[in-house]
Write a protein that binds this ligand. Structure first.
Ligand SMILES: Cc1cc2nc3c(=O)[nH]c(=O)nc-3n(C[C@H](O)[C@H](O)[C@H](O)COP(=O)(O)O)c2cc1C
Length: 167
């Protein structure tokens, strides 16, 4: 099963996390693809295109709890072009800063997750928060979390026929 990491980022931290996952988790998912959210809309989740795909939304937070600029179009289209996404299985890596932005910590990931759930998509596992103020390396923490996550998410996604076209 393929892991497709959708990256929402302003200053590349989320991209570095996604790249670390691509390197560290190549033995677990085949292949691991990294795609920036720029230019994407809800069609990235079309059932015909996503047979055998597990998604990972890897996204930071900007403004006052907003998704990054490059994620806006996809985020908006989940509302303006809303459709049922019950075939989608996904996880969320939410980057943020709990010290500087306590009130909106990780809201980019949380808001994206809420919108996907509203459309029937099913998150596997809890959201993983990566805090830029906790002194850890997000690439290391993110890749460690992802290895553990994939070990239970991939069998669940396969068993549910994740993302396979409906007959
Ligand atoms: C202008 C600005 C606004 C931010 N707003 C938030 C916020 O509302 N909530 C939060 O948790 N983090 C916030 N952050 C922190 C970033 O989300 C965090 O540093 C993240 O690791 C950046 O990832 P990126 O380089 O992939 O964009 C903000 C950072 C900046 C520079």
């Amino acid at each position: 099963m393929k892991l497709k990491i959708l990256v929402g980022s302003m200053t590349h931290t989320a991209d570095h996390v996604a790249q670390a996952i691509q390197m560290e988790c190549a033995d677990l998912a085949d292949p691991v693809e990294v795609e920036w959210m720029d230019g994407l809309d809800i069609h990235v989740f079309d059932a015909e295109k996503t047979a055998d795909v597990l998604f990972l939304v890897c996204i930071s937070t900007y403004g006052a709890g907003d998704v990054p600029d490059n994620a806006q179009m996809l985020f908006q289209s989940l509302e303006t072009q809303a459709r049922f996404l019950g075939h989608v299985r996904y996880g969320v890596l939410a980057l943020g800063d709990s010290m500087a932005h306590a009130q909106t910590y990780g809201f980019g990931g949380k808001r994206f997750d809420e919108r996907l759930q509203d459309l029937g998509a099913q998150r596997i596992g809890d959201i993983c928060f990566l805090d830029s103020s906790d002194g850890t390396h997000p690439e290391t923490s993110g890749a460690q979390w992802c290895r553990a996550w994939l070990k239970y998410a991939l069998p669940q996604a396969s068993a549910s026929g994740a993302a396979g076209p409906r007959s």
